[in-house]
Write a protein of this length. Structure first.
Length: 81
């Protein structure tokens, strides 16, 4: 499954990442004092990386799990995946 890596120091808690995710894969975790974005629905994540791009402080990184995505065999063979 895809995952989210957050730089806690860099995150300003602006929530732009959560607001921008068009499949609502990101949610705001209120269980920690300042809150934080979490990849609540990793199977829905399209690895578009809009959330990364729109983060004003580059605090967010989406770590793709390529094995969980459908990739045509011709492409995977060509790439050596
Ligand atoms: S857009 Fe970046 S700074 Fe804003 S809440 Fe998300 S990770 Fe934190
Ligand atoms: S990579 Fe795209 S689909 Fe995945 S959480 Fe970010 S904005 Fe949403």
């Amino acid at each position: 499954m895809h995952s989210l890596k957050l730089n806690e120091e860099a995150c300003t808690r602006c929530r732009k990442c959560v607001d921008t995710c068009f499949v609502n894969a990101l949610k705001w975790d209120t269980s920690i004092p300042k809150g934080a974005p979490v990849l609540a629905y990793p199977a829905d994540c399209q690895i578009c990386c809009y959330c990364e791009k729109l983060c004003p402080t580059q605090a967010l990184e989406i770590i793709p799990d390529w094995a969980s995505k459908y990739i045509p065999r011709t492409l995977s063979n060509a790439k050596g995946w």
